[in-house]
Design a protein around this ligand. Structure first.
Ligand SMILES: O=P(O)(O)O[C@@H]1C[C@H](O)[C@@H](CO)O1
Length: 289
């Protein structure tokens, strides 16, 4: 796949997908590491391996199956990415966010992002679910932004605002749902920070992020959210806290990807229920082809 992607490239992929499925999703869900089973809740599925979709990048990370699944969550039509693309895989940021603009062209209005993340906040526990209130896009601050290059006005403005990106109403609904599901004791709200990865943080880096007010750190999400916001989508995000980031030189523990995937499995059903109920409460009208 070439590095410069133009409107026609997104359009070609979107047209191909529209020709292969009757589903016309208004909601897109991106599954984080080990969270691919969120797609299992979709009814009447049409699914496509990324390798079959013209123009789509390929997933290379364990725990990211590489399938696009269309289907219904409580009668609301959704499309779900079982596997996302990360900058550290060697993809350009345009490629990591390619699906988001394709979703826009499919008619998607709301993007739900999920990820596995390490916690910096002292009060968080492994297995907590963090509703994302805001993000720090570290690569973005350093000039690595998916919106770099000529702006395509068909998608959005040159200088999009990034304040208030994580929809307040959806966050409130999610909180209320967690209460009614009896899981609010392990639900948090906080700031997610994207770092480039693929290595986990050094202790000095972890301390820096902690001082900056970061609650959870991961290696994804922010570029997808920037592109979704640029093209006018509503955004909701969840981080699953899979590990505590090591902040002390006396700490003998260290994190690894396998442990991240294990914890993801533990909370996958709760996340699936929460997202299903959240989508069912969204004010969207279905239409089919
Ligand atoms: O796709 P996400 O952000 O959930 O993946 C996280 C960050 C790294 O890709 C990986 C580390 O275990 O999990």
């Amino acid at each position: 796949m070439k590095d410069q992607i133009c409107y026609d490239d997104y359009q070609k992929t979107a047209s191909w997908l529209l020709s292969q499925t009757q589903h016309r999703p208004k909601v897109a869900i991106i599954c984080g590491s080990g969270l691919g089973m969120l797609a299992d809740a979709l009814k009447c599925q049409d699914s496509f391996p990324y390798s079959d979709i013209p123009g789509f990048p390929q997933s290379t990370v364990q725990g990211h199956a590489g399938r696009l699944v269309f289907g219904e969550l409580k009668e609301k039509t959704c499309v779900c990415m079982q596997g996302r693309f990360h900058m550290y895989e060697g993809h350009s940021l345009c490629k990591t966010t390619f699906p988001v603009r394709v979703f826009k062209l499919l008619g998607v209005e709301t993007l739900i992002v999920t990820n596995a993340a390490g916690s910096l906040a002292d009060s968080y526990q492994v297995g907590d679910i963090m509703i994302i209130k805001d993000h720090i896009n570290f690569p973005g601050l350093a000039g690595l932004n998916p919106l770099n290059g000529p702006n395509d006005d068909k998608f959005g403005p040159r200088f999009p605002p990034m304040s208030g990106v994580y929809d307040k109403d959806l966050r409130k609904i999610a909180f209320d749902l967690c209460k009614s599901m009896g899981v609010s004791q392990f639900v948090q709200e906080g700031v997610y920070c994207m770092v480039g990865g693929p290595n986990f943080e050094s202790i000095a880096e972890a301390r820096l992020l902690h001082r900056l007010g970061v609650d959870a750190v991961g290696m994804s999400t922010a570029p997808e959210v920037v592109v979704a916001t640029h093209c006018g989508m509503r955004v909701f995000g969840l981080s699953l806290i899979t590990n505590k980031v090591v902040k002390s030189y006396n700490d003998t523990e260290s994190v690894n990807h396998e442990a991240v995937l294990e914890v993801s499995k533990l909370r996958s059903q709760t996340l699936q229920m929460l997202i299903t109920e959240l989508v069912s409460r969204m004010d969207i009208n279905n239409n089919t082809a």
